[in-house]
Design a protein around this ligand. Structure first.
Ligand SMILES: [Zn+2]
Length: 224
């Protein structure tokens, strides 16, 4: 269900107004090129017909990858307006579910607030990793290594590309400059221990309570 819509937009450089066709939702199973476009930061890019300035228009986007059971709403809000973003996301989820047949076994709809978070979720799903367990690991890192990882100033992102059979690799991101500053390695064995632990029904409730969604984030949960 790849969908586009035409929006009136204004060029941020010369202020010329024009109509742009932007993606509302992308299904990367039917349109794999759109996954590549997103990774290259070319999705929802517009070129001003007057001055030629190229820029990305940030708007809510639904990313769907049925093969990997992934449905993510990218709601571009700043971290200090997270509650607002979650309200909007819940509204969009209600609208979406109302359109789907009731017996359809659709995956949980997650929310992210920026492209980097969306890419993290895409690679995690493609690697078969559970986002709540990944956030649980981040939760452990934040609480046990608070001397090295400052929750207020830094975020953690899973880096699947540099992860190995032995270790999961996380990058430390400075939330002010958005630059990646360091890498942390976490034993994959421990991921498996958590996965088995949370397969238990009672335990899985604890994990859901910690990260109720739609925005599943250790940092957001700890900063509440
Ligand atoms: Zn322009």
């Amino acid at each position: 269900m790849t969908q586009t819509r035409t929006y009136p937009i204004a060029c941020p450089t010369c202020e010329a107004s024009f109509d742009a066709e932007l993606y509302e939702s992308v299904n990367v199973q039917t349109d794999p090129d759109l996954r590549e476009a997103l990774l290259k930061n070319q999705l929802n890019q517009s070129v001003c017909p007057d001055c030629g300035f190229t820029f990305r228009v940030d708007k809510p986007l639904l990313y769907s990858d049925p093969a990997n059971r992934l449905l993510v709403y990218w709601i571009p809000v700043p971290p200090d307006r997270l509650a607002e973003g979650e309200d909007l996301c819940n509204e969009l989820i209600r609208e979406l579910l109302a359109m789907l047949p009731e017996d359809l076994d659709s995956p949980e709809i997650q929310m992210v607030i920026n492209r980097v978070e969306l890419i993290e979720r895409i690679f995690s799903a493609e690697a078969g990793l559970n986002p709540r367990i990944i956030e649980y690991i981040k939760y452990q890192i934040y609480t046990r290594n608070s001397d090295k990882v400052n929750l207020e100033t830094h975020g953690l992102l899973l880096n699947t590309h540099d992860s190995t059979d032995k270790n999961l690799c996380f990058v430390l991101q400075n939330m002010e400059t958005m630059k990646f500053e360091a890498m942390l390695h976490y034993p994959r064995e421990t991921y498996e221990v958590f996965r088995e632990m949370f397969a238990d029904e009672e335990k899985s409730v604890d994990l859901l309570e910690l990260f109720p969604g739609p925005y599943i984030s250790a940092r957001a949960s700890l900063r509440e």
